[in-house]
Design a protein around this ligand. Sequence first.
Ligand code: ADP
Ligand code: ZN
Ligand code: ZN
Length: 745
Amino acid sequence: MLIARVALDIPLATLFDYTVDAAMEVVVGQRVIVPFGTRQMLGVVMECVANSDMDAAKIKPLTRALQDCAPLSAELLRLLNFCSEYYRYPIGQTVLPALPTRLRSDEPIVVKSIVSYRLSAQGAALDLSRLAKNKKVQLRILNLLLVRAHSKAELKVVATTVSAALKLLVSEGWVEEFEQRSDGLTPSPSDKTSSHSTKPPSGRGEHIFNNAHTLTSEQQVAVDAVTQAQNFQCFLLHGITGSGKTEVYVHLMHTALQRDGQVLLLVPEINLTPQLEDYFRSRFPDVGITSLHSGLSEKVRLENWLDAQQGRAKIILGTRLSVFAELPKLALIIVDEEHDASFKQQDGLRYSARDVAIFRASQRGVPIVLGSATPSLESFHNAQTGRYQMLTLQQRANASARLPTVRCIHTKQNLMKDGISEILLREIELRIVRGEQSLLFINRRGYAPVLMCGGCGWLSDCKNCAGKMVLHLKDQRLRCHHCGYQIRPPKVCPDCASNDLHPIGSGTQRVEEILQERFPAARILRVDRDSTRNKRAWQTMREQIHANEVDILVGTQMLAKGHDFPALTLVGVLNPDSALYSSDFRATEKLYAQLAQVSGRAGRADKAGEVIIQTEFPDHPLYRALQCHDFNGFAAEQLAERDMAGFPPFHFQAILRAEGKVESEVYAYLNQARATATALGHAVEVLGVVPAALARRANHVRAHLLIQASTRRALQTFLRDWQFDLDAIPHSKLRCALDIDPLEF
Ligand code: ADP
Ligand code: ZN
Ligand code: ZN
């Protein structure tokens, strides 16, 4: 009898066995419906075996096998199995969340007859060079139809606005619509009578490539190294901002496409994907490009996923979840801004998409490129010790674009106005006069304005958390960013009834106000999570910035990442200091990366840029290194410190987190876990039970226990054994999680 072993989205680290009816066709990777308790659930077949360890009488039959989508590939299942093992997370809760939501339900994927398009005789006779230049999408479509007929799905990957353009083309009488059968193999009868053939795509990997630049010699070296890699190899592309890393990616994509391969490009921010998608389309106008991220609707995400799975999409841009996309022809993975913390998922399967991508590349035997101006110290160390190959871009690609000068302003020795120094304000004024742009950068964390009482020092604490509530001026609310609790700001101090209540710290809204007072005529644009919540908003803002309709930008992290604003010549950093004294040993590394990145925004075109950092510690080595653009020096010093302290990348960490309503229960659990860990006698270091950085959140007490080992293997061996003990300690009232290679404490 055939037994299917099925992964279900249930918090149990096991597969579930079901008998398969002889008449039913079930294969590994298939989505199936099975009975579970009183419910019917969707699962994925992970194995098909002849015998089960379970009592034969107890095994229930599988209800139904879904046939609407090709089974998941063995490669993807292996990747997910690896993740479940490595991150010590239940297999079913690893596999199912990796799929688009629509594939987690039994609602069938309907692929109706495919609507396709071809040129009419009139369209074929068109002189495309005489078509208006601003009809880019229409032109792209016509160019494609010139080669052969295309289905709507195929055309969709060419532009997001393809439907409207097609309508216009059809109404002009240049393009005809016709229907193809859903299997796409046999042309419909109506098509046979047509003079336009739907011959299969011509040749392998032929595509249009708009080669914009001659590579610099540094870029060429990098491109050659990766192109020549026959097998798995991990490259660290360490290139200063503006050194043309993107151009290197484009050339690498070109080669991979020529070899008929697919390329996965991982990026940290959803916000970057539309702009990147457009950019890559302009370079590869007839190549299928798609994106995968959590901002897409369920329907679109499924379509894009299928585009990748069925090979229509050749370039896949995505945030961390796209590392689990089906990519049958995967030939190259690129992780842009590889140091970015958002590649790490902070709940459920706590995976690092960068690390999973490296495993995926090694499993598949293809090269992977990690790109950054400020690599993570883990990657940098791996490149220095030869595990990765270092590729360096030290020059800006545009020869006339120099690196910005970086200047520190001592906040205690200079005239300050509401947290902004007079020197910085004058520099901003100068830019306004010259018609250039300035950017004021605020690190949101820790600087959001909280309400303080001048009489007694009362602060707007959240009643549920250990943190402070943040003042939002627009809607007059005090809001906790951890639990969402909000109240109207009090008129008088709740403790001493004084009416001297004022905001301290400067949030983006506050800075915007101050600047508007000083420069009433200036056009100020605030860019943060609040102002860009609306999907289109950020797109519109970018256009405004590019059209030079903005004088001063005020923003958070979002603005630091990967944008190219040619008129921007001044960056002011308001108060970065607190990171220097954080309990997080990665805080300085993160601050350096952030400041280097935001500095890179200044002076990208032919105008020189200037960066002004307001600080109480202008002589701090971090700021000194920034001033000389000396990442290597900074990294060497940091690595020496990490080595001394026994931190990553010299040691490997896992953290057991627990949170619950009752403090004693949280600590009792962790202490017991600690006792069992020590008792196992492995070659690992078991540290003490300590409160989390945010010790209370939404009325839950949070604490953790850290484990360190000198090798990954030692840590993994220990964790495998420890898991049995952990499962045996009662913790039904707590939320507990193991976090492997944690980034937050
Ligand atoms: P990075 O991603 O490394 O910060 P970009 O890829 O954005 O840098 O490149 C910075 C600028 O240099 C872009 O405007 C790009 O078009 C230009 N550029 C890249 N490569 C070259 C090259 N080989 N020659 C001339 N300009 C280039
Ligand atoms: Zn008070
Ligand atoms: Zn709170």
